[in-house]
Write a protein that binds this ligand. Sequence first.
Ligand code: SF4
Ligand code: SF4
Length: 343
Amino acid sequence: MISSTALTDECRIRALELGFDLCGFTSIEVKLWRDYYLKWIADRQHGTMSWMERNNDRRLDPAKILPEAKSIVVVGMNYYQPDPDRRGKIAKYALGKDYHKIMYKRLKRLCTWMQEQGGVQKPYIDTGPLLEKPMAASAGLGWIGKSTLLLHRKHGTFLFLGVIVTTLEFDADSKEDDHCGTCTRCLDVCPTDAFPAPYQLHASRCISYLTIEHHGAIPHEFREAIGDRLYGCDDCLDVCPWNRWAQTTRETRFHFTGLPDLREMLDWNENDFKDRFQGTAIARLKLPRWKRNICVVLGNIGTADDIAVLEKQLQASDAMVAEHAQWAIERIQIRSRVENEKG
Ligand code: SF4
Ligand code: SF4
């Protein structure tokens, strides 16, 4: 019978051959920040992401996912690429094709091999109640930094994660030490003060939450701070010194393939939106929230040339879009008046 060490080595090699950049192992009995997570939920720092309140039995105890499970395999895929030079920033993870299908296919192939070794597996790519980051940290894929993100010494913070819960027994990897040291760059840069303290994130203040997860109007107190961020925010990732060695992802489907200017996209109908974003993370946002975000960005960086297309949105069937367009027009007009007075 093959030893657990040989099985671990073989699995890691296969994961890398399948195109994952990292693969680590931890025991099913992994400790998962139980008290931290339950307090975070109790303090309502998750905003309206109510699914995070459910299935905590399984989320905090992966042994409940699969009877007889012994190990957790965690894989990582680098998604870094430089920001494109355009009006309206998009978080790097959403610049190309959605990672879920791409990674799931590879994960399933790894599961097939594990099945051949006698294992029963459950693969996850963001598809179930799991705490992927603490699992990844336990599996030696990095440490959870003050930004609450997973940091890897080589890949920094730009990693998609996938998890397999399995009945096979693998050798657990050793945990990485925390290398944040005295650095506080991520905490200092946050435009919305979303970090109440190091290692704590108030998600409902985070621009990623506000521009992606949050339905309905963006609260006025955050609109200016959103600046030119159209979808998500990478500020606390971009400043992290551990990202200075990040290399552009070798997965070309993650690469950015271009987008029209904000003015043109604000004029889109449902079909235009679907045609362009099918198979991407942005598709899940739907057109009204996409237009809402464009209005906020134009309110912050737009010029008099953008007013005509914003005015068209005042008649939009969606009241939220119309209200954000009105806000944007007023902001552009105030800016133009101030500039005229100065000039
Ligand atoms: S993603 Fe942006 S808004 Fe969210 S915590 Fe990081 S810097 Fe703050
Ligand atoms: S920016 Fe500094 S403190 Fe924040 S996660 Fe990176 S190393 Fe840690």
